[in-house]
Design a protein around this ligand. Structure first.
Ligand SMILES: [Ca+2]
Length: 271
């Protein structure tokens, strides 16, 4: 009996040593987190920071690299392709270009606007589907009473369910890959890792920037978004299933609406 047990133990030990030793346990986010990438290990986050006013191109590369789980793209190829449409001194580039650059590479994307619908519901549904979403933050270019485009493109990668931190405060958050947070040239995935459960060890949070829910909604005043699907078919199926497009403003028409503001997308069930 003793011999048998000892043999079993040796085998178990060998199994642990040879097999399990090579399977590192997956590092995970806190349980109240919903994120496009379940693995919190930095290896699963092939993202990088940006140069001056390169947010649009860096966000494209970051979104696609997260989608593939490996560094396939750099911002530089998107900058080269944009050519004269990239004007760093004048704020970068035109937000709708993102969707064009994605579609040219065979991905499913469009530049849309969620001003007239439950935008949070749309973003959360996309995150739940594993779809990174490029969102433009900060006050938009304003022409008279017309609001055009946000200033700074970031990738939305996750959100939290409501949770209480160690002090008892109720929190609800969005998580971003912001290529110039906390400042240009200081990009680091651990920037938003903090100890919220009070055990003295920082938890990992998705991306590099956490925004409290109301703050995110305030900064995302453009309500522009560009979901990044692996294929046009996946994108179109999602849109057909959950969204509808309102017709454009009479003056500028549907094409003008899409170019200037993004398509006026509404949650289908609200109709
Ligand atoms: Ca902790």
């Amino acid at each position: 009996m003793n011999v048998q047990r000892s043999t079993f133990n040796v085998e178990g030990y060998l199994f642990d040593f040879c097999i399990r030793g090579h399977e590192k346990p997956m590092s995970s986010f806190p349980p109240y987190i919903r994120c496009i990438v379940a693995n919190a290990d930095p290896v699963a986050w092939p993202v990088s920071g940006q140069g001056f006013n390169e947010c649009s191109f860096t966000s494209l590369a970051n979104a696609l690299n997260l989608l593939h789980g490996e560094p396939r793209f750099t911002k530089d190829e998107f900058i080269r392709e944009a050519g004269l449409l990239f004007q760093p001194k004048f704020g970068g580039t035109l937000p709708p270009l993102k969707a064009l650059q994605l579609r040219r590479r065979g991905y499913g994307a469009h530049f849309g606007n969620l001003s007239h619908t439950d935008g949070e519901r749309v973003l959360r549904d996309l995150i739940d589907r594993g779809v990174p979403v490029i969102v433009d933050l900060y006050p938009a270019i304003q022409i008279g009473r017309l609001r055009l485009w946000g200033q700074h493109a970031t990738v939305l990668v996750g959100y939290s369910l409501p949770y209480r931190d160690a002090s008892g405060a109720l929190r609800e958050e969005y998580y971003l890959v912001d290529a110039q947070w906390p400042d240009l040239g200081y990009f680091d995935l651990t920037t938003n890792d903090v100890d919220r459960d009070g055990d003295g060890i920082p938890e990992r949070y998705p991306g590099n920037r956490t925004l409290e829910r109301n703050e995110f909604m305030r900064l995302w005043s453009s309500r522009n978004y560009c979901p990044v699907f692996r294929t046009p078919a996946e994108h179109d199926a999602w849109y057909r299933e959950t969204m509808r497009c309102a017709s454009g403003l009479p003056v500028i028409g549907w094409v003008g609406q899409r170019l200037l503001f993004g398509s006026d997308d509404r949650v289908k069930e609200e109709a």
